[in-house]
Write a protein that binds this ligand. Structure first.
Ligand SMILES: *Cc1c(COP(=O)(O)O)cnc(C)c1O
Length: 389
């Protein structure tokens, strides 16, 4: 058997299909529909003959993105979606029905919690939220009608680690599916399907683009679930990925391996520096030996990732002073960008939840989240030092 290509190679090469013009760089097919040779061919295409019909269904640029990401995740199939949230929407709408039950980590993206608890609940799909780290809680929450286990690891912003292999085994035992939101690690650092997950969801808006340009998403998994169940939903409901955005993200995948490894190495260096800083009470980063699940992180991730959070001494005033003193790092909610970004979770991403729930979740007033980009670490230290001293 031929040797399987390395992930770095697949990021550059996988999925490319050349048109009759033999373009070297992947072509951007900015077209809403495709032309048929004849009425008979149109009939055949509408009847399911392979070939493109309409961009809500399929588009060659979107297909190249899907095939490349599938290769990186080691998945049989991938479906591109308009955003990360519409990836989660597409997965749940196509696999679940009223009366089904979801068990979800309590430490997932805010909009994911809203989607599950406010919207799916209206259609009779109930969700139980549990600790990302305590397997006993997942076990206890299981019901006869549990169809889906959903988590994000590392979590945002405290970088708690869920055990994908253990939860995958639990899902199989129950006859449910395990879906992992792999936004923080990307396939460069973590391949959930190899660890026992059934599905991987992505917000391509983050690392996959990596340069803060477009919004997009994807679901990767077995062809039976993705092609047979999700594709028909996407074609009908229409949360499709635009070809332009697919092209931008496809080109982003070419540098994903380089970017994520470099950003992760810089994050580790900054995490170590912050851990020794007198103005910092605590650093949350899976790559640090002090992280409560460092061993598990080392088992399932190739490195700690680009995102870390830390608690400055002096509460909100000190955190805001630090944020407002930066001149280089961007004050913005995005993450995974080559430009480093900084946020105050308690008053932004986690600002809508009650102070009690926030405290219980460990989102303190002094907590700051940093997504480390590709600037020189020395310049990032200078930028942070100004507000820490
Ligand atoms: C941003 C994000 C999402 C949502 O993605 P969009 O592209 O903004 O819709 C989902 N999960 C995680 C972990 C995210 O960071």
């Amino acid at each position: 058997m031929e040797k399987k290509l390395d992930l770095a190679t697949q990021g550059v090469r996988a999925g490319q299909v050349r048109s009759e013009f033999q373009e070297h760089s992947e072509a951007l097919f900015l077209t809403s529909s495709f032309v048929f040779d004849s009425a008979a061919q149109a009939q055949a295409r509408f009847g399911g003959e392979p070939g493109h019909v309409y961009t809500r269904y399929t588009n060659p640029t979107v297909s190249m993105f899907q095939d490349r990401l599938a290769a990186l995740e080691g998945a049989e199939a991938c479906i591109g979606t308009a955003s990360g949230m519409s990836a989660i929407l597409t997965m749940v709408m196509s696999l679940l029905r009223g009366g089904d039950h979801i068990v979800c980590s309590g430490a997932v993206f805010g909009a994911t919690v809203q989607l599950f608890s406010n919207y799916f609940a209206r259609f009779g799909v109930e969700t139980t939220f549990v600790s990302p780290t305590r397997i006993e809680e997942w076990e206890k929450a299981l019901r006869k009608n549990t169809r889906l286990l959903f988590l994000e690891t590392p979590s945002n912003p405290l970088t708690e680690i869920s055990d994908i292999a253990a939860l995958g085994a639990l899902a199989r035992h129950t006859g449910a599916l395990l879906a992992v939101d792999n936004v923080f690690c990307t396939p460069v650092l973590q391949r959930p399907l190899e660890l026992g997950a059934d599905l991987v969801v992505h917000s391509a808006t983050k690392h996959l683009d990596g340069q803060g340009r477009v919004v997009g998403g994807a679901v990767c998994g077995p062809a039976k679930l993705v092609n047979e169940q999700m594709v028909p939903f996407l074609r009908t409901a229409g949360p499709s990925l635009s070809p332009f955005n697919a092209w931008v993200i496809l080109k982003g995948l070419e540098t994903l391996d380089l970017r994520v490894r470099a950003q992760s190495a810089a994050a580790l260096e900054l995490a170590r520096w912050l851990e020794g800083h007198p103005a910092v009470a605590r650093v949350h980063y899976p790559g640090l030996e002090s992280h409560p699940q460092h061993a598990l992180a080392k088992r399932q991730q190739r490195a700690g990732g680009a995102v870390l959070s830390f608690e400055v001494k002096g509460g909100r005033a000190a955190a805001w002073k630090l944020i407002d003193s930066t001149r280089l790092i961007s004050i913005t909610a995005n993450l995974g960008d080559v430009k480093s970004t900084i946020t105050h979770p308690a008053t932004t991403t986690h600002g809508r939840i009650s102070p009690e729930a926030r405290a219980a979740a460990g989102i303190t007033e002094g907590l700051v989240r940093l997504s480390v980009g590709l600037e020189a670490v020395s310049d990032l230290k200078t930028d942070l030092e100004r507000g820490l001293s």
